[in-house]
Write a protein that binds this ligand. Structure first.
Ligand code: NAD
Length: 282
């Protein structure tokens, strides 16, 4: 039987509609939610991501400010901008689009974003809060993945979840999020042995690798929920890390690429910005 598609685009539209109403309410209370985006260098993929984030923010009524730097920007220049934005009470979220140009220390730069405005959830503080189960911003892609799974109505508690990929921005925060939902979580990575065997035990399988069609049907348990975080360009087409055509015949629920995790990542960024704007009222 063919899997049901988890429609990330439709879910993201619903989330954005709800946010739009919340933004209106905030404006009535004198708060105009505002997201500042910093892009350094001319990475084409980053330019597309930033453009999409700004467009979605504006569609939702969130004000966006953009700061563009050349490839030869210094850490100090970016940090000076971040500090100004930290001090600006009309700015609620600060996002530094990664990757930064070669030679720049991303950890040092991200550390400068104030904890209350770290809507990307990438700073050591935000990640630490998540691991400790405390309040703080959770990075947008993992949060989007969780929302996609929850939208299916399937139970997460007690399920075996396998994440392939251990990056700081996807795999590791997802581990913490799914643990918080009481799943039993395994992380696989490039040094994992017998990966197919481990993945095929998963009730919930999440691929965040960056290798086109890496996850074949042999790695998937019959009836699993499969979430594809990967974005790869093959012959000018976007494809995920999951061999969609093969895996959909085995999974119960599956996200497509495009139209799965990607739109939800942006929706969660806007959601975090609105939370930060609400917090400013406290
Ligand atoms: P990354 O390169 O930082 O990490 C990739 C991970 O995959 C690593 O932990 C590595 O151990 C693992 N890996 C690599 N080769 C492997 C192999 N042969 N077997 C098992 N594991 C292997 O990547 P990332 O930033 O986490 O992104 C992963 C993918 O998700 C990329 O395609 C990226 O474009 C995509 N992505 C999508 C969104 C979105 O909004 N949809 C957001 C972030 C990342």
């Amino acid at each position: 039987m063919s899997a049901k598609i988890i429609d990330g685009k439709a879910l993201s539209i619903q989330v954005k509609q709800n946010l739009k109403a919340e933004v209106e309410k905030l404006k009535e209370q004198g708060v105009k939610p505002c997201l500042a985006v910093i892009l350094a260098g001319a990475d084409p993929a980053s330019q597309v991501y930033v453009k999409n984030k700004i467009r979605s923010a504006e569609e939702t009524g969130i004000i966006s400010l953009s700061f563009y730097f050349d490839n030869d920007v210094t850490e100090e220049e970016i940090i000076t901008t971040i500090k100004k934005l930290n001090d600006d009470k009309t700015v609620h979220g600060i996002l530094v689009q990664l990757p930064l140009p070669k030679g720049l220390d991303e950890t040092r730069v991200l550390k400068e974003i104030s904890d209350e405005k770290d809507v990307d959830g990438f700073s050591a503080y935000s990640v630490g809060q998540l691991l400790l189960g405390r309040e703080g911003f959770v990075s947008c892609t993992p949060l989007g993945v969780l929302e996609l799974i929850k939208s299916t109505g399937e139970t997460i508690s007690g399920k075996d979840a396998v994440i392939i990929g251990r990056s700081n921005i996807v795999g590791k925060p997802l581990l913490a999020l799914l643990l918080r939902e009481n799943a039993t979580v395994t992380i696989c990575h490039s040094k994992t042995q017998n990966l197919a065997e481990k993945a095929s035990r998963a009730d919930i399988l999440i691929a965040a690798i960056g290798k086109a069609n890496f996850v074949g049907a042999d790695m998937v348990k019959e009836g699993a929920i499969v979430i594809d975080v990967g974005i790869n360009r093959v012959d000018g087409k976007l494809v995920g890390d999951v061999d969609f055509e093969a895996v959909k015949e085995k999974a119960k629920l599956i996200t497509p690429v495009p139209g799965g995790v990607g739109p939800m990542t942006i929706a969660m960024l806007l959601n975090n910005t609105v939370i930060s704007a609400k917090n400013s009222l406290k």
